[in-house]
Unconditional design. Structure first.
Length: 203
């Protein structure tokens, strides 16, 4: 099958860059903010939990952006992405936010990113968030398929499983032991080279 009708859908955090909230947790010393979609499948519940903690601590968008500015892609991530984009189309589908993503996309060579948006008050406090669409990753994959694309998806968390299972092929990358154990039929990788070879084989 021609590679031009394939599109690879990649999760961002945990796959190409470190988890933003974990990095912020380490800088601020707030262990509760280490929870991610690897731990909590309900994204709305997770975000409300995070925003409650931020409000209690008086932390806003500026503080998070300062931490994001120090984050580098995972070792080998940009090389992997560059080579992947040389053989097929790729898009990053993430539950992160436009206000978080810009410096990370710059470091990854400005790939296409589809993500969500934060609602920010006048004082810079995060008051809420707006999803691009409901069940964003799976909905986007279904939309791409409706346009005639064959999708291949890669992720590490509970909220990636829908898009991973919806396409012609799907892979877990550096996921948790629990998620891998619960999904034994999904190929799981820890090295970019092995993941790239698996994607190429599925094209």
């Amino acid at each position: 099958m021609s590679s031009d009708i394939n599109i690879v859908c990649l999760d961002l955090e945990g796959v190409l860059v470190p988890e933003i909230w974990i990095a912020f947790s380490e800088v601020t010393g707030i262990p509760e903010l280490r929870r991610t979609t690897r731990d909590e499948p309900d994204y709305d519940k997770l975000m409300k939990y995070r925003l409650k903690i931020l409000k209690e601590r008086g932390l806003g968008l500026k503080e998070i952006q300062e931490v994001i500015g120090t984050i580098k892609p995972l070792r080998g991530a940009k090389k992997f992405l560059d080579e992947l984009r040389s053989v097929t189309q790729a898009v990053i589908l993430s539950d992160t936010f436009t206000q978080f993503a810009a410096p990370l996309m710059e470091k990854l060579g400005r790939p296409t990113l589809l993500c969500n948006t934060l609602e920010v008050g006048k004082e810079g406090m995060i008051t809420g968030y707006k999803l691009r669409c409901e069940n964003t990753k799976l909905t986007t994959v279904r939309g791409l398929q409706a346009m005639g694309f064959q999708t291949i998806a890669v992720g590490d968390s509970y909220n990636d499983l829908g898009m991973i299972r919806a396409g012609k092929a799907g892979f877990l990358f550096r996921s948790t032991a629990r998620i891998i154990e619960d999904n034994p039929d999904l190929p799981a990788f820890t090295e970019f080279g092995d993941l790239l070879e698996a994607i190429k084989a599925a094209l």
